[in-house]
Design a protein around this ligand. Structure first.
Ligand code: ASP
Length: 323
């Protein structure tokens, strides 16, 4: 009898959960972006949120919770009710590099989240203000190494992608004398670079394509094996004479730990459709995103990526003194 009651209760709980997932979402969903509006994480989040809103019939609203290189917004997600109504767009910094740089980090990227899916690979480009007096990467390197000159480098806070990837660059060049300027995201950093207030930055391609094409900034090199179809004129670091500087970032969707499995499955299924949707794909590809193939779109693939990124960045950042 007891066993029968238990199994009826379990069946009931299951059917309530799947009924929840069937009707989900019944109200707006918040998508935390842990950086300022207008930057790459924000751009990618808004593209995906547009599709999710249209397809699931409720607004997916981006909320920018910037600070501490993205770790403030990420911590906020871990404190949210795991009911599918708060999600986040994380990235290689928040879910890869941060543990190596924040000894008191309040979350573990490998344990405290439900991965939904990798949205976009985002190659890194070395860019500078348009009137920066260096015509190509080699001239830029010469100026960067010149200790008589103190270049200013923009980034989105300790642990951000721009911070970690430019830390890697300056370490490879042996440069220690730059002035770093922290922003709440690389959207505002880029605005200042267009205005000529900062000299250079390493950032995710999706933030940069329009400004590079419009000659509002200079692009020295893309840190990938091959040129990007979105920016065919920008040489690779290999072509530009810095072959060892190879680095890419990514953006991905996460939910808080404990979000019901059926809701996670629905979110994954819908985000996969977003990546196959012609208009959404085009928006992401035109900005230089590298879209994951079928195998790279599962929650398991994202969990594996997060683990490998945490392991990859720890030794690099521990031995690379931040400026
Ligand atoms: N790309 C930025 C970073 O450096 C963050 C942003 O999306 O604004 O991490």
């Amino acid at each position: 009898m007891k066993r029968m009651i238990a199994s009826i209760a379990a069946a009931l709980a299951l059917s309530i959960a799947s009924a929840d997932a069937q009707s989900y979402p019944t109200r707006p969903v918040t998508v935390i972006v842990p950086f300022a509006a207008g930057g790459p994480t924000d751009i990618v989040a808004r593209i995906v949120s547009d599709y999710l809103s249209k397809t699931l019939g409720q607004q997916f609203i981006v909320e920018n919770v910037a600070g501490a290189g993205g770790t403030t917004g990420t911590t906020r997600l871990t404190q949210a009710t795991p009911d599918g109504y708060t999600l986040m767009m994380g990235h290689m910094g928040t879910h890869g590099a941060a543990p190596a740089l924040y000894p008191n980090l309040k979350y573990d990227p490998t344990k405290d989240f439900e991965p939904i899916g990798l949205v976009a690979g985002t190659p890194i480009i070395i860019v500078a203000r348009k009137d920066f007096p260096a015509a190509n990467l080699q001239e830029f390197i010469a100026r960067a190494k010149n200790t008589g000159e103190k270049l200013s480098q923009a980034h989105a806070g300790v642990g951000s992608v721009s911070f970690t990837t430019c830390t890697l660059l300056t370490a490879q060049l042996g440069v220690k004398h730059h002035r770093v300027v922290a922003y709440r995201g690389t959207g505002p950093a880029l605005n200042d670079m267009v205005g000529g207030q900062v000299d250079y930055m390493c950032d995710q391609i999706v933030n940069l394509v329009e400004q590079i094409k419009g000659n509002a900034i200079k692009a020295y090199a893309i840190a990938t094996e091959k040129r990007s179809p979105a920016l065919p004129d920008v040489p690779t670091t290999k072509e530009a004479g810095l072959p060892d500087y190879q680095v890419s970032a990514w953006n991905a969707l996460f939910a808080p730990k404990g979000t019901p499995k059926d809701i996670l499955a629905k979110l994954n299924e819908t985000y996969v459709k977003a990546l196959d949707d012609e208009a959404t794909r085009k928006r992401l590809l035109d900005l230089g995103s590298v879209l994951p193939d079928k195998a790279g779109r599962t929650p398991e693939a994202l969990a594996t990526l997060v683990k490998s990124e945490v392991a990859r960045w720890a030794p690099i950042l521990k031995t690379t003194p931040a400026q």
